[in-house]
Design a protein around this ligand. Structure first.
Ligand SMILES: [Zn+2]
Ligand SMILES: [Zn+2]
Length: 175
């Protein structure tokens, strides 16, 4: 497969890092990670993360942007300026698992190639999972899961992005 460049650092070539049965692509400089479609959901389900995918042990001077959980409607996602490492088109910034109070920003390719997470954001997302699980279960029982998915649909997310989000919600539900 052709080498992929980091959308943030541009030049450095992403290194494959094995997570269970899949391989994700990590930047050796900024430690951001590219997930092909489906790989983020699989990584969130994985057990122990390899060291390359763990966030910094000391919090950096700046919080990762997703550390702040916000209402997507009150704060529209800002434009992304990162190119997709597969096709070069500018990534869309969108709210992953757009559920009030439990959303985080990712940069995803509208062509369905995958999503980019900056260093530390994966761990942050994984830390949210246990908290989210009970709520997701309640959603499921109350039928609000459909509402959540319906809301995503109305936001006009591309099919593949919607699939990715659905996969995440399913992962949270353990399905
Ligand atoms: Zn980088
Ligand atoms: Zn792309």
């Amino acid at each position: 497969m052709e080498a992929m460049h980091c959308p943030r650092c541009r030049e450095p070539v992403l290194n494959e890092v094995q997570v269970g049965t899949i391989a994700v692509d990590v930047c050796p400089e900024c430690r951001g990670t590219w997930f092909d479609t489906g790989e983020l959901a699989a990584t969130l389900r994985a057990g122990e993360l390899p060291a390359e995918l763990r966030g910094p042990t000391e919090p950096g001077p700046e919080e990762p942007r997703s550390a702040v959980l916000r209402q997507p409607r009150a704060h529209p996602a800002p434009e992304s300026d990162l190119p997709c490492p597969r096709c070069g088109r500018v990534l869309d910034r969108y709210w992953y698992a757009a559920e009030p109070g439990r959303t985080f920003l990712v940069d995803g390719c509208r062509q369905g190639h995958g999503v980019w997470l900056d260093a530390g954001e994966l761990e942050l997302a994984r830390n949210l999972l246990p908290r989210f699980a009970a709520e997701a279960e309640a959603f499921s029982r109350s039928g609000k899961l459909d509402e959540t998915l319906g809301r995503l649909e109305r936001q006009g997310l591309a099919d593949r992005l919607r699939l990715e989000v659905t996969n995440i919600i399913r992962a949270w539900l353990g399905r």
